[in-house]
Design a protein around this ligand. Sequence first.
Ligand code: SAM
Length: 282
Amino acid sequence: METHDTTSALYVVATPLGNLDDITLRAVALLRAADLIACEDTRHSRHLLDRHGIRAPLLPLHEHNENAAAEKLVAALGAGKRVALVSDAGTPGISDPGARAIAAVRAAGHRVVPLPGPNAAIAALSAAGLPDARFLFAGFLPTKAAARRADIARLAAVPGALVFYEAPHRVAETVADLVAALEPQRTLVVARELTKLFEEIAAMPLADAPAWFAADANRARGEFVLIVSGPPPRLGIDAEAERVLALLLAELPVKQAAKLAAAIAGASKNELYQRALELKAV
Ligand code: SAM
């Protein structure tokens, strides 16, 4: 083991998303040497730990007891122990408990050491093949429809890919809301059951997504990462041209509105025509 992993600290350890072999050599060595392992669900983690002959005592740390569990972590660190933190799957603190305990540990003057590894968002992005150089990790959208739609509207113009986590019973609704609010030519990548038996990664124009899900009920099963590519470039259409176009579009057919807006605002007729089609589709 690297020498800097042998001192007392809180080690934040990423664990597999599904395939139990997806654990780093460093994570196994650290967990074997840990004095205490904080985990979301002790029964769930025991399965992974048993497989690697890891016998350290387990301390439950989940969203309902995180503050109390943090006090126990601080006490263990105060006694010079090596403490690990894992979640049920992937990286602790990423749409998972951990952040409050980590803040408390650091505030108490102890070191926090990340052991990087699996994360569903990064695994999905790595296989998405999208051209975007940037992404925004949006995690889980709100479960209430109005709040979810408002969130999507706020994210629509972010200049990069959008990455969402979603549960199977909500995936169809969320996809419908994405389709309603975002440009139809954006690409949707559905990454389902990553690293597991029924892993599936599919890319499609956003507009085709409802039909893709409707074609096979199995496509709405399992755990999901949804990625939407960044907004299409809006070259040459400034705010004034867009304003004129919107006004004319309220009164005229798309072609005529685009032609007149181009003449009035001095912008490209083709670009305004494309934009008019987008506006009409919303
Ligand atoms: N901390 C985890 C990480 O680092 O990715 C995320 C935990 S969050 C509670 C669980 C969500 O992550 C799932 O609802 C799903 O959106 C995503 N996820 C986790 N495992 C996945 C997998 N094997 N395939 C696709 N998505 C997964």
